[in-house]
Design a protein around this ligand. Sequence first.
Ligand code: HEC
Ligand code: HEC
Length: 258
Amino acid sequence: MKRMISSVGAVAMLAWFAAPSTVSAEEAIGNIDNGRAIFQNGKGDNVPACQGCHGVDGNGDDGIGTPRLSYQVDSYILKQLTDFAQDKRTDDTMYQMNDIAKALTPQERKDMAAYVHTLKSPYIGSNLDQLRRDGADVGKPHLGKMIVEYGVPERGIPACKSCHGFHGRSAGRMYPAIGGQNYVYLKHELESWRNGANTSAADIAAGKKEDNARTNDYMGQMRAVAKHMTDEDIKNAAAFLTLARPVTPGNPRSPSHM
Ligand code: HEC
Ligand code: HEC
């Protein structure tokens, strides 16, 4: 009997370590089963299966520039789908996300966020060697690490860590996970924030914004950061972040909201 109890305890401990951030159906912000159905099969004529572009495991694909959705904060996924639906953000990579988000009901957007949040594939990030072999312009991770950890104060770039958390693993519900995100997508978004910073508030209000100018950040927080980044800074930060693991120094667990 005593042995049984302790082995049950050991199994429970293992489960706790293996799945520290499993979302129960009660905690989810939408219907996980409905989200899964749309992710895998799409909906009607207007919503193709998400996995066709974002991968079965939600890891995205550098070859077509799609982001990793797995490991992302659910409320952040919901905000982006809402912003695409309201044309506050433009998909200027494949020109599909705006129509897709519009074809989802507000409830279905919540369901997508709830399902995507359950995807926990092994955390791998981009294969930078492969990208270099394919001819991509890849930055230097060790230089990017300095930017992520300390910023470049003399040039007005704050440490990414101060908002996005250690290794960009996300912080709270507002700051998305950028660690382990795909390199091609990270680079593209940083360039888009920088283009957005160079678009005036009047032009944004008048709808005169370039496609590749992202302006859907609350209080212009990301535009203020990217404005000061050079092309080299962007490539270096993206190269470090794609390799960064969602850990805390001295603590291998992922944060509970991930
Ligand atoms: C035809 C390919 C395609 C399909 C299908 C697709 N996506 Fe996307 N998705 C993209 C691309 C490309 C981007 C990046 C857009 C950009 O910023 O330029 C993106 C971005 C996103 C983002 C933003 C992620 C972030 O980190 O900000 C979310 C969320 C998302 N897609 C969810 C979905 C969901 C949910 C579905 C299915 C209902 C779906 N996508 C179907 C191509 C696709
Ligand atoms: C002052 C806080 C702040 C700092 C510092 C900051 N960010 Fe952000 N970042 C944000 C916010 C807020 C968002 C989400 C914007 C939105 O709601 O769409 C964001 C979004 C992003 C995204 C888009 C993620 C996605 O999945 O679409 C990238 C990439 C990014 N940040 C990279 C960086 C990098 C690299 C640095 C450091 C050079 C940095 N950020 C520093 C606040 C910050």
